[in-house]
Design a protein around this ligand. Structure first.
Ligand SMILES: [Zn+2]
Length: 113
């Protein structure tokens, strides 16, 4: 057993996966009542808090290294526009993109733009 690591040293450390991906920064510890378990509360790079089991930690040095890769959700990219907007020049109502024909169709006028 290695010697105990003071809490003050752990808090604020960066957590990395074995494949050297940054998970986040340790904010606190969590203890699970009735269980001999400690969880690290990590604020991830994408701004969420996750818990990592202390048993999943492989090494503590200048950073905390995990034993196994954990799934890091990708930071949500700027949301692509879900629908392209096109106004029918005849009636001024929104037209509908018909993917099959790659053309805009106005259901109001029942014709392609
Ligand atoms: Zn129209």
């Amino acid at each position: 057993m290695s010697k105990a690591i003071p809490r003050s040293k752990i808090i604020g450390m960066q957590v990395y996966t074995p494949s050297a991906r940054l998970v986040g920064t340790i904010k606190d510890f969590g203890l699970i009542p009735g269980e001999n378990k400690v969880s690290l509360i990590v604020e991830t790079v994408w701004g969420e808090s996750i818990e990592i089991d202390w048993m999943d930690v492989s090494a503590v040095g200048d950073i905390v290294l995990l034993k196994t890769d954990i799934e890091i959700p990708e930071v949500p990219a700027e949301r692509a526009p879900t629908s392209r907007e096109q106004i029918c020049p005849t009636c001024g109502k929104p037209a509908t993109w018909i993917e099959q024909y790659k053309r805009w169709y106005c259901y109001n006028c029942r014709k392609y733009l």
